[in-house]
Design a binder for this molecule. Structure first.
Ligand code: HEM
Length: 142
């Protein structure tokens, strides 16, 4: 067997190790700073939202402590971390709110600023946004 072929087999075997698979699947969670990093990120996101005249009216009369907890769990789980999301589904949570596409984009902007402020790499930012973007179907226009 030539050396190149043998290296390919070794690489394939390594990639199949369960430890390797885990290491890859929770890498976004690690890049966001783990549970503590995500909780800080969500706190900063909610402060940015409260400062944003375009969307802050949506968040006036809600339990902000609960939103912080549920959103942190959700992002942690989505990022491959060890959390379990225990909140309501997205349709139920946003029905009757009349969230527009512009509102959605404003919240994404607030998240991007929070990620910049927390030193999250551009690659990790893009990976998180790619996980959140498809959710607009369950949030906008309800
Ligand atoms: C990717 C985008 C979004 C995600 C991942 C998200 C996620 C969540 C989560 C996890 C909850 C908590 C559910 C629960 O209490 O069980 C929630 C509630 C809420 N969301 Fe969103 N959301 C998004 C976009 C938006 C937008 C764009 C707005 C408005 C501008 C918004 C307004 C709210 C409000 C006001 C609540 C609190 C509802 C209540 O407690 O009565 N969300 N969202």
């Amino acid at each position: 067997m030539n050396r190149l072929l043998m290296n390919s087999f070794l690489l394939a075997a390594l990639l199949m190790l369960p430890g390797q698979a885990n290491a890859r699947s929770d890498s976004l969670y690690q890049d966001l700073g783990g549970t503590a990093g995500i909780e800080q990120l969500v706190e900063d996101l909610l402060f940015n939202v409260a400062d944003d005249r375009r969307i802050r009216h949506h968040f006036m009369d809600i339990d902000i402590g609960r939103l912080h907890e549920k959103l942190s769990e959700q992002i942690c789980e989505l990022a491959g971390g060890p959390c379990v999301y225990t909140g309501d589904d997205m349709v139920k949570s946003h029905t009757g709110m009349g969230v527009t596409r512009a509102d959605f984009n404003a919240l994404v902007e607030a998240l991007q600023v929070a990620m910049d402020d927390n030193g999250v790499s551009v690659s990790a930012q893009n990976r998180l946004l790619a996980l959140l973007a498809p959710m607009h179907h369950e949030i906008v226009g309800l």
